[in-house]
Design a protein around this ligand. Structure first.
Ligand code: HPA
Ligand code: ZN
Length: 336
């Protein structure tokens, strides 16, 4: 078995994936055409040429623009179905998917259309692909907390589909503490919590996410490496980091994949996982993230298995499902 076959065959959970970030240019134009949404770019080639980013904000500007073609149940279904079918080919067995309701409700798209469409694709994926999926409702952190409360209230009838709340968008200047009350409300209603922190923001934001938002895992979190005490705590408490190697290079968190700290975090015993973030924009789905990180950082087949195990451990799957997937990983013969 080649290493590529092995990494593909390892059962994996994808835990850091924005569904709006899986909108491939071809599907973007197809949905734009059928919804008669005018785009600034004449075609796929011109749009792809615009995918050159200097930081998080330069990406977010284009990402929100692309999401503007999504209007109806069917659009959200097609988007999620395309992602789940693609993820299946990479050996993803379970996905915990971020979605940004405010990106759509601000254009008068009802929460119903978003969640009905996404959940229809998720049910179909369970039936036809044997891939399970749950949703994580993310608040846009560049907006204020009142709007986050309003978003949570408006989606109440769909809470059965939600595993957790999350926090994304422009990090610097929008610390986790801005959302302490709305996270407390979500947790009091039985939802778990995750948050982007330590992507562009300082280690202090990671501490706030843990202490004030009481997150079960940290999305990105790579800047935690600047704070040895924090790093020790993450290792000791086995708080997972959902790391996105190709994203971090595209958004210039690291200038080269060979400089990425994934390998170091793994060696220090942190529960790091590998994920694709916004694969339509960053040039790779989860398998490509595993393989690119392996090559650039000289990771072994055992490291690949550890990363797969970590993804199962860090997921919100029931313990019985986790045990079954660990056993599958252990039974897979490793190359080398
Ligand atoms: N960071 C913050 N917000 C986002 C990201 C990200 O990597 N992707 C989509 N929204
Ligand atoms: Zn992200």
């Amino acid at each position: 078995m080649t290493i590529e076959h092995y990494v593909r065959a390892l059962p994996k959970a994808e835990l850091h994936l924005h569904i709006e970030g899986t909108l491939e240019p071809e599907l973007l134009f197809e949905i734009g055409r059928r919804n008669k949404v005018k785009l600034r770019y004449p075609g796929v080639a011109e749009l792809k040429r615009a995918y050159e980013f200097s930081d998080l904000q330069s990406f977010l500007d284009i990402y929100y623009e692309g999401a503007a073609v999504l209007l109806k149940d069917r659009d959200f279904h097609d988007l999620a179905w395309a992602y789940l079918s693609r993820a299946k080919m990479d050996g993803v067995r379970h996905a915990e998917i971020f979605f940004d309701p405010q990106t759509h409700t601000s254009r008068n798209v009802p929460v119903e259309a978003i969640v009905e469409g996404l959940s229809a694709a998720m049910k179909r994926a369970q039936r036809e692909l044997h891939v399970s999926a749950r949703l994580i409702l993310c608040f846009l952190r560049h907006l204020d907390e009142d709007e986050a409360f309003e978003t949570l209230r408006r989606s109440r009838r769909y809470w059965e589909f939600f595993e957790a709340v999350g926090l994304d968008s422009s990090e610097n200047g929008h610390p986790p503490k801005k959302f302490e009350r709305v996270f407390a409300m979500a947790r009091s209603e039985g939802l778990k919590a995750v948050a982007h922190a330590g992507e562009e923001g300082p280690p202090e934001y990671v501490r706030e996410a843990l202490d004030l938002l009481k997150v079960s895992r940290v999305d990105h979190g790579v800047r935690s490496a600047e704070d040895p005490e924090l790093l020790e705590r993450l290792a000791r408490e086995r708080i997972p980091l959902t790391v996105c190697p190709l994203s971090n290079v595209k958004l210039r968190v690291f200038s080269d994949l060979r400089d990425h700290n994934l390998g170091e975090l793994l060696r220090r015993g942190l529960c790091v996982t590998v994920n694709s973030d916004d694969p339509a924009y960053f040039g790779g789905y989860v398998l490509e993230n595993f393989l690119a990180a392996r090559t650039a950082l000289g990771l072994s087949a055992r490291d690949m298995a550890q990363l797969a195990r970590n993804s199962i451990e860090a997921s919100f799957l029931p313990e019985a499902d986790k045990s079954r997937l660990y056993a599958e990983i252990a039974a897979l013969p490793a190359p080398e």
